[in-house]
Design a protein. Sequence first.
Length: 267
Amino acid sequence: MSRLFAIATSDPSLMRCELDRAKELVTLDTEGNVLGLGAYDDGQLVQRSFGVGVTRTGSWELPNSETALYVAGPAPVGGRLEDLAQPFRMRQWLFAVGGRMDGNHGVRERLAEQLPDFLQRSLKTNALEEAVFATFLAELRSLGRTEDPALEAPIAAQLLGRTAQIIAEASGPAKRPSLALAATNGRILVATTKGGQPLFYRLLEGDPVCARCGLTGEEKAANAIVRDHRRRKSVLLATDPVRAEGWLPVSEGRSVAIDRGLSLQLV
């Protein structure tokens, strides 16, 4: 089973501060898992992956990014970690699959057959999750919106939900996967759940206290860094919160759409 965590924040310069808060709220990395993450640095996509037993130093030290995507799961088999570890990337998109997709032999091939030629050629591995990503890209391409920086979050969320439905249909009624999907292009963040896989979202409001910045909450509100911390907010998505308190569940078959203004819609 893979665990998924994603964040969208209002102030990219405080992403590391927000991750300091968020990492205490989610269960993500466990011994024996591979950890992968992706974010954006001045518009350029950045990825890191940590193999089994490798120290995770720096895994929460991301650049000034509006969004970030993490996934932890079993070690991939049959190729290089850099190719197989999630999240997958293509152009400006990051994509991750959480949950379980066990026992779905032949599904990857059925998905690949439905892809446009250029997406079939883009598949680097035999990982089913990569074919799921390509299916989402095909849905974007059907609208001509794959590289559109103005792509609306609700539209992307609807296409992600459609992708989950395609996976369920390709798997057949006897082997329906239990999965959560998440995708970001650095501007918007979308996620969906299918097959009973839990998925939750949570809003982090501004807070003048920040251990990273040495703020105790007693500083004057006129201080610029204090104002920034009071104004910051983030939306978190996770398959495995530490505690249910403060989190809201995403209903089966629904998709979450988060735009650059952190407006959240369920579609």
